[in-house]
Design a protein around this ligand. Sequence first.
Ligand SMILES: Cc1cc2nc3c(=O)[nH]c(=O)nc-3n(C[C@H](O)[C@H](O)[C@H](O)COP(=O)(O)O)c2cc1C
Length: 318
Amino acid sequence: MLPAALSSLRLPVIASPMLIASYPELVLAQCKAGIVGSFPALNARPDTQLEAWIVAIEAELAAHRERHPDAIVGPYAVNHIGHPSNARLDHDLRICLDHKVPVFITSLRAPPREVVEEVHAYGGLILHDVTTVRHAQKALEAGVDGLILVAAGAGGYAGTLSPFAFVSEVRAFYNGFIALSGAIASGASIAAARALGADCVYVGTRFLASKEANVTQRYKEAIVDAHAADIVYTDAFSGVHANYLRQSIEAAGMDPRALVRQSGASIDFAVSPDGAGLKEWRDIWGAGQGVGAIDEVLDAAQIVSRLEREYRAAIAQL
Ligand SMILES: Cc1cc2nc3c(=O)[nH]c(=O)nc-3n(C[C@H](O)[C@H](O)[C@H](O)COP(=O)(O)O)c2cc1C
């Protein structure tokens, strides 16, 4: 079941928010390509930048719609990470509520009911991402409009559940909106997610290898070169289990097989996990197991066109 705001996308794809990588340039390219574009509020630094980003994104999307009245333009979403180390959470939620941001994506802790009600009061959508069935139930109790199921193999914070197990267990008690996430980097995977019972997919790593992603060329090339076997799942850097590229861990002088969880770890990339110069997400590169399906750096629009072609071909083939 698709909420109205997501029913007229070009492709059933939400581009996921990525620390460091998702800046307005990428978000705008995703929305203009007809899918949902998103960014984590934490990327706007200092926090006073968040309002400026939202105003600029709104203005550019409005101008684009005016220039191309027939184009499919996706809504944008802002991600809020509910973690004790995120001291900006209340500020960022307030700014997004005041600007009536069309889609909220909340991660880790379920959003407070007052926030859900305020988003609903102006007709916005609030989706929550979860890695377990228990968290899915808690998010639904909070009144969210849909669930993002982050299965095994996803880039960044990922779960350990197979997407087959996860979608079917959640579908047993929930017939609302589900976006499936985890290593989805081709159109065939989108078709597979739909066949499983998801309404939509949530794609991150594929967009790291886009021209607009705010990461270094070395990072983009490493994504193109990597395979699923290069992805390391660890809670060593932020205290929350996430997937990273082995090559970046080795380049930082660490042994990927001997990582130790840091005390006082933070989800915030500006805080160094070891108290020294190393910054998670900037130096230790997040990526999901879908890297093996990524063979070149493309414009975000080209990525969406390719996903669409592959998606239609996969359905036709079935
Ligand atoms: C580099 C990177 C940074 C991420 N940062 C965030 C973030 O700030 N907030 C969040 O909710 N998820 C974050 N994620 C997770 C994604 O939103 C999403 O769950 C994941 O990318 C989907 O799996 P895929 O990368 O295999 O497509 C990040 C993922 C990556 C790869």
